[in-house]
Design a binder for this molecule. Sequence first.
Ligand code: PHE
Length: 348
Amino acid sequence: MTTDLDSIVASAREAFGQAPTPAELENAKAQFIGKSGRITELMKGLAALAVDEKKSRGAAINQAKQAIEAALAERRQALADQELELQLKAEALDVSLPGRQREPGGLHPVMRTMERIEQIFASMGFDVADGPEVESDWHSFTSLNNPPNHPARSMQDTFYVDIQGDDGIPYNLRPHTSPMQVRYAHAHIKKYAGHAVMPEIRVIAPGRTYRVDSDATHSPMFHQCEGLWLGENVSFKDLKVVFTDFCRRFFESDDLQLRFRPSFFPFTEPSAEIDIQFRHGPLAGKWLEVAGSGQVHPQVVRNMGLDPEQFIGFAFGMGPDRLTMLRYGVNDLRLYFEGDIRFLKQFR
Ligand code: PHE
């Protein structure tokens, strides 16, 4: 009695197993438990049976039907799993590929130095001034006691542009920030015109400068920061105090020494190069030049429009590129200007 049911169940299992897609599986299902499926037909045939036979036969058919439904559910699940797997394969992601990220930017190391310099000098009461990079001959040289044809001009050989100033001399790309001494003094005088007293001048002027120079420690475009303090009685001693204090704060160390080495600049008298020496660390023992400096020459004070008997003081011009090299241990200045992200990233 049950063998016919067993064979129906077996052929249903086989048909389901061979259905390659959900649609074909549903078709196969119809053959067994659909409206006129083989099991359904058997159910219909029950009506003709005697009561007790009906009972046992009905139970057997039901069991067979349940077995077929279970096989159907199992195959449905298998086909769904298969489809999901295919889909995942098709949409495969290589999660080991680095993503496209927007990384946070950062300040250029030289700009970090500039900001540091500004902060330190601002805390000492210095104003911060900005000025043109394309300068007149008078501002870059003559006003700084460095007239045309003076041999000292070759110390600051720079680039010229095709525009002539009122004096018939072409404009230059400023070879130093020193023109800002005179420009700032002029602005200062204008600002305090009509006041009973003119306050002293205390300013730094950071910015880009240019020279005909190019190697591992010189770049045709580089940075300088000018400093100027003119007052009633500002002396070389004040220069030493201010600059030493600056260096200690800039390098966050008292473990350094300064040397003021006699030198020459047309716009200062006396003049000195400022060298720095670290007592410890990789640069220990070497004297490294970081700035030019001196007492502002009386002729320069006159060119500012001030009385050299009343405005006395010092100026310096330091190299932020060099200071950055020393602070971070950079050994080639050209790295600053190549824009290589691997270099710049290290300062983020
Ligand atoms: N301008 C000088 C230079 O570029 C540096 C300097 C500035 C020297 C101020 C003395 C005073 O070499």
